[in-house]
Write a protein that binds this ligand. Sequence first.
Ligand SMILES: C[S@@+](CC[C@H](N)C(=O)[O-])C[C@H]1O[C@@H](n2cnc3c(N)ncnc32)[C@H](O)[C@@H]1O
Length: 240
Amino acid sequence: MGSPWEDKRFAEESLKHIDAAFLPHTPQEVDFIERALGVKPAARILDLGCGAGRHAIELALRGYRVTGIDISPWLLEVARQRAAEAGVDVAFVQGSLADLPKLLDAAVAFDGAIAICESGLGVLGGWRADLAFLQAVKKALKPEGKLILTTFNGLRRYRRWKEGDERFRFVDGLQHWETPPEWEGEPLQEEMRLYIPSEARMLFEMAGFKAVQVCGCAPGHFEGQALQIEDIEMMITGSA
Ligand SMILES: C[S@@+](CC[C@H](N)C(=O)[O-])C[C@H]1O[C@@H](n2cnc3c(N)ncnc32)[C@H](O)[C@@H]1O
């Protein structure tokens, strides 16, 4: 099963939503990212699942050297145009985060990494693939370099499960998603592995991250606040 993000029309529709709902919150999120990664301008930052580059471009505008990786060629085209309009240089690389080691120059070490808004973990083919991805991110970081990742808070999904709901296989933590009936063209689908906070922490620790923390987050509210059981997303941070 390929990623729906490889479909141009899905990426176009999704970007309309991201631009309307998330783009205006980017400066606040990047303020937090700078503090939480503990980085200063000129540091090298890896943006995993960068989409149209909203964080990558804001970081580059603040003087960081940014590499953005995404599976969607179309979103990367938009990202390149937006970076050019903003007058910044960002290295955008197309590929799946499941193949991260092949996409990076092993000789380049990063000071920090971000993966914001369901942009990798959970959509790579199960927990083993997610673990391999986290191990690859750790390897790409300098010692003590940090990763900030946001993903769905599985607790909310378990609490909302009702008898007969076959879209969430709770035994495996797998959420099935497909395009609605009104979607024109080839139907798209995806299986997403949802994590409860303790599993996410365990996965980070299994990948070798230290000082792992799980907290709450919402668009424009990146503050390291306590996670609430009904939060849609959670943020996991760890140090290489
Ligand atoms: C909800 S968007 C978030 C984009 C961006 N991080 C942001 O906050 O605006 C999720 C992104 O993850 C990317 N993505 C999904 N699966 C991926 C994969 N296997 N490898 C690389 N990127 C992926 C999508 O193309 C999309 O750009």
